[in-house]
Design a protein around this ligand. Structure first.
Ligand code: PLP
Length: 394
């Protein structure tokens, strides 16, 4: 059967794989030999399900947004990941990975973070599990995302400002990989999205697949059928989208729309539309689409939304786009900002700026009346209030 899931070598078509330095080969190999067995064990599932329910607050509601539906002439359901503990989908992944780290006998957790959302989700589960936590963060990001730095520190994590390169996410990731190389035996690296060397993209997709598992069940209950006509999600590295589509990706009845960050326009030189602008290359251990210049140097991405400005993209999504399984739309800053205000005024829900990119895709699709659309609201907008208020005043 034709499948869009990972193959046994860790590839999605021509994308994926594990391109890591010699010193990490064993670590990645251990992970690869362990993750499926652990994730599929009864003990892991029981603990993951219990924490998802009692700590995160799952299942997250599937909410029929009536006024938004009326506006776009179809039936729009919102998958409310914004209601999770810590305010986004990222906690699904960090809970799963810390349970795996404990089962592998690791005692020290490291992570990279850009906007600080993954850092907070990691520091949260480290507090919960009483594990040492070191978070690498570009110095520029430390300065502009101060509230998240304070949260991580209150949670007991050590935040290490990284001063190499542009001092942003890419540099923080390089530093985390360097740390992992120095402490391969006791350290577990919690990656925050469907990126990095195999098995990370598949592992993160599986942990986030709780989203589509719930969508299936909830749609059956509300609509009498277990699949929508459309799934829509935003993509930074691709984890909330991967979780949203996981159980539907091989079902061709379901159309998949991915919203990436157009920034100030994809031809403006200030964009994070990696799928449309990227060329095949290697970034953080995976072969995928990368924003790079002629010399193969990574170009700094830009988006008004800090969670979407990653210069790569998960190999899952690179493949879905290359094989035309997913339609990829670039949503500009202004379109996302307008979509955030629209959802707020129509439904009383202030979305994260990242999620607002998924909402911005609605205006670019022509729906048939009665079509069922599920759109994932990956997070809540509290962290973006300054941007929203400045936009309204400008
Ligand atoms: C981090 C983040 C994203 C982008 O990450 P993905 O891995 O692409 O999901 C999207 N939405 C929110 C709210 C985030 O915090």
């Amino acid at each position: 059967m034709k499948t869009y899931q990972v193959d046994k070598n860790g590839y999605y078509g021509e994308f994926g794989g594990a391109y890591v330095p010699e010193i990490l080969h064993q670590c990645v190999e251990d992970l690869r030999n362990t993750y499926l067995e652990v994730l599929e064990s009864d003990g892991f599932k029981e603990e993951f399900d219990r924490l998802s329910r009692d700590y995160v607050g799952r299942p997250s509601p599937l909410y029929l947004a009536r006024r938004l539906s009326e506006k776009y002439g179809c039936k729009i359901y919102l998958k409310r990941e914004d209601l999770n503990h810590t305010g986004a989908h990222k906690i699904n992944n960090t809970i799963g990975q810390i349970l795996l780290a404990r089962r592998m006998g690791k005692t020290r957790i490291i992570a990279e973070t850009g906007a600080g959302q993954h850092g907070v989700a990691t520091a949260t589960v480290c507090a919960l599990m009483n594990m040492e936590c070191i978070v690498y963060m570009g110095k520029t990001d430390v300065e502009r995302q101060h509230a998240n730095v304070q949260k991580m520190e209150m949670l007991g994590a050590t935040v290490v400002p990284v001063t190499s390169g542009n001092m942003t996410l890419k540099d923080a990731t390089n530093e985390a990989i360097r740390d992992w190389c120095c402490h391969p035996s006791d350290t577990y690296y919690i990656i925050g999205s469907t990126v990095g060397p195999h098995p990370y993209p598949d592992m993160v997709a599986r942990l986030q697949s709780v989203i589509s598992e719930e969508i299936k069940r909830q749609l059956l209950e509300k609509e009498g059928r277990d699949h929508p006509d459309y799934l829509i999600a935003c993509v930074g590295g691709g984890s909330n989208a991967a979780g949203t589509i996981y159980h539907f990706v091989d079902d061709e009845r379901v159309k998949i729309v991915l919203a990436e960050a157009g920034g100030k326009g994809i031809h403006s030189g200030m964009s994070a539309a990696t799928i449309q602008l990227g060329k095949v290359g290697i970034i953080h251990g995976a072969r995928t689409l990368v924003m790079q210049n002629e010399d193969g140097q990574i170009e700094e991405p830009y988006s008004v939304s800090a969670g979407l400005d990653y210069p790569g993209i998960g190999p899952i999504h690179a493949n879905l786009s290359a094989r035309r399984r997913a339609r990829v739309l670039a949503i500009d800053d202004d379109e996302a900002l307008e979509a955030a205000f629209e959802l707020t005024r129509l439904e009383g829900i202030i979305p994260a700026l990242e999620s607002a990119h998924a909402l911005g895709a609605l205006a670019k699709i022509s729906f048939e009346p009665g079509e069922v659309v599920v759109l994932t609201v990956s997070g809540r907008g509290d962290k973006d209030m300054n941007t929203y208020i400045n936009h309204r005043l400008s």
